[in-house]
Ligand binder design. Structure first.
Ligand SMILES: NC(=O)c1ccc[n+]([C@@H]2O[C@H](COP(=O)([O-])OP(=O)(O)OC[C@H]3O[C@@H](n4cnc5c(N)ncnc54)[C@H](OP(=O)(O)O)[C@@H]3O)[C@@H](O)[C@H]2O)c1
Length: 175
């Protein structure tokens, strides 16, 4: 039985998730939520996301980076003082990344970007979407696929806000 896939995304009402290779907002509460959710777990992510998240391997995260470019065999694990960082694993496709992730301990968290989210949502397997919906239309160049028409069951929601944005933390599940 394949593992449950956790999708992690923060998305504006107009489905924007990124601009110029970065997040189009700074929402500390959401960033903390994301880091807490993914600490100690396997994170599957595209090359651009990886390059803009240099501290991904802190907190015991095991990245599996989807790319045609990074070296294979993978970069080894590193120890910095008492901290151990997992090795960097790479894969040429989502399917290959998921095959690797299935063999690793812990949960599988899909962290984008756009094409990886789209390919994951098209899979016919159980998934849990951890969606932070930012209640604004935000300019950007990278989008989360339209998820609203899919058959989700909402299992939790929590409203929050900071000085700049109102946002809602949703947990949505698909069998
Ligand atoms: N708001 C959020 O929750 C959130 C989450 C994630 C990302 N973002 C934002 O989104 C942007 C980055 O996402 P992105 O979509 O531009 O880039 P990305 O998915 O991180 O990286 C794109 C690269 O990953 C590889 N790749 C991605 N999907 C692949 C696939 N299905 N098969 C094979 N290779 C694949 C390719 O690498 P090679 O060129 O090396 O072959 C491709 O050029 C940033 O602005 C980031 O801040 C936001």
């Amino acid at each position: 039985m394949p593992k449950l896939l956790h999708l992690q995304v923060a998305c504006a009402e107009n489905r924007v998730i990124g601009r110029d290779g970065r997040l189009p907002w700074s929402i500390p509460e959401d960033l903390k939520f994301f880091h807490d959710q993914t600490a100690g777990q396997t994170v599957v992510l595209g090359r651009v996301c990886f390059e803009t998240w240099p501290r991904v391997r802190l907190d015991g995260r095991q990245p599996v980076v989807i790319t045609s470019r990074l070296p294979d065999p993978p970069a080894p694990a590193v120890t910095n003082g008492s901290k151990w960082s997992p090795p960097l694993l790479t894969a040429p496709s989502l399917a290959a990344a998921l095959s690797i992730a299935e063999t690793l301990p812990g949960e599988i968290h899909i962290c984008g970007g756009e094409r990886i989210y789209a390919e994951t949502l098209a899979l016919d397997r159980p998934m849990r979407l951890h969606l932070t919906l930012v209640h604004a239309d935000v300019p950007g160049d990278t989008f989360f696929p339209d998820w609203r028409h899919l058959a989700w069951r909402e299992t939790s929601r929590r409203e929050s806000a900071d000085a700049n944005y109102r946002y809602t933390f949703f947990t949505l599940e698909r069998p």
